[in-house]
Design a protein around this ligand. Structure first.
Ligand SMILES: NC(=O)c1ccc[n+]([C@@H]2O[C@H](COP(=O)([O-])OP(=O)(O)OC[C@H]3O[C@@H](n4cnc5c(N)ncnc54)[C@H](O)[C@@H]3O)[C@@H](O)[C@H]2O)c1
Length: 338
């Protein structure tokens, strides 16, 4: 079966391509390399022994998307990762984010709606919950007003898919709401490759650990949490990649309950920033240079998933610990700087 993975050279996409190929799927990747490199194909090939098909294509170019689907009439499912994801940049350049994250989604859905049967997995985010009223967060927690154009594209993306599925019985879709993806493949052949200053905590920690950044700032230690620092649910990228394969298999086998479903993908366990730093110090044997600074505007106190639905209904559960995930991130950082 041929599966299209958009953004398949990116961080989460590349790990998902590996898991799909391990399960015997034929993968075709679309990526414009705006936030990735074609070298990732070598990493995927080194792990799986198989080079996925690749088309360098910008999904914003609708005629090229149409042409792609004319040439690949046998696509059984699509996993759609391609998007711009920097929250700060989205505030500066909202139209870029609406065009890249919403425009491309609409073009893909138009192609899929034409097919007699199609399965679609969408990369959503726990940002749709904002600061949820109750922890852990269940899928029926209210979606709060988005804090940024990026967050808004995830909310709107979910609505667009839901509305389309309502009137398109041949289209089945699952939105996966990721918590905080981290880590790298245990082989250290692929991993996260942030361009510029990392937006996420773990690559900032590993870059500080290796000496690329001088110091990590921890924003606030006076939150109402066990040690005063913010709590997040760190999900290992290989576990997350496997969730995509399982979600896709659910749709391909027609096991879905409705033709649009939503699942949280997290570990169900919250970790504070200081616990994440301790994990790094444990697996690396290094002391991290960090300092506590003022709270950062817009940061929520706590977000971790209730994973009951994913565990029981989807049949997926995170397997790896924070330390295992952190070790893979550190191995990757050392490999790319060596
Ligand atoms: N990493 C996270 O913390 C996180 C959390 C929640 C949700 N997500 C979502 O998961 C998805 C994947 O995230 P990631 O961390 O792997 O990001 P990434 O930037 O590493 O991967 C995205 C890939 O999409 C490609 N791309 C972007 N625009 C494109 C276009 N117009 N045409 C073709 N290719 C395009 C980029 O080159 C990149 O390779 C995104 O939709 C992101 O919003 C990520």
């Amino acid at each position: 079966m041929k599966i299209l993975v958009t953004g398949g050279l990116g961080f989460i996409g590349s790990h998902t391509v590996v898991e799909l190929q391990n399960e015997g799927y034929e993968v075709v990747i679309i990526d414009d390399c705006s936030n990735s490199s074609e070298k990732v194909l070598d990493g995927i090939t080194a792990i799986t022994g198989k080079r996925p098909l690749f088309e360098k294509l910008d999904l914003k170019e609708r005629s090229k998307v149409e042409d792609f689907f004319k040439r690949h009439t046998d696509i059984a499912g699509v996993i759609h990762f391609a998007a711009s994801k920097a929250v700060g940049e989205s505030v500066e350049k909202p139209l870029l984010y609406y065009e890249n994250n919403i425009g491309t989604l609409v073009y893909l859905l138009k192609e899929l709606a034409r097919k007699s049967n199609s399965s679609f997995i969408f990369s959503s985010s726990c940002t749709v919950y904002g600061q949820a009223d109750k922890m852990p967060i269940t899928e029926d927690a209210p979606v709060k007003a988005a804090e940024s154009p990026y967050g808004n594209t995830k909310q709107m993306g979910e609505e667009i898919i839901r509305d389309t599925c309502k009137v398109t019985p041949n289209l089945k879709a699952i939105a996966l709401r990721y918590f905080n993806p981290m880590g790298a493949h245990p082989s250290a052949e692929i991993g996260e490759l942030p361009i510029g200053v990392p937006q996420n905590l773990v690559p900032f920690i590993t870059q500080t650990g290796i000496g690329l950044r001088e110091q990590l700032s921890v924003f606030g230690d006076d939150y109402p949490t066990p040690d005063g620092t913010c709590v997040r649910d760190y999900i290992y990228v290989v576990d997350l990649a496997k969730a995509h394969v399982i979600a896709l298999q659910r749709l391909l086998a027609g096991k879905n309950k409705t033709n649009y479903e939503v699942f949280n993908v997290g570990t169900g366990k919250g970790s504070t920033v200081l616990e994440v730093i301790k994990s790094f110090e444990k697996v690396s044997g290094k002391k991290l240079n960090y300092k506590i600074v003022d709270r950062r505007p817009g940061d929520i106190t706590s977000a971790y998933a209730d994973t009951t639905l994913a565990n029981n209904e989807l049949g997926w559960k995170a397997q790896y610990s924070l330390d295992e995930a952190m070790k893979s991130a550190w191995d990757w950082e050392r490999k790319i700087r060596s």
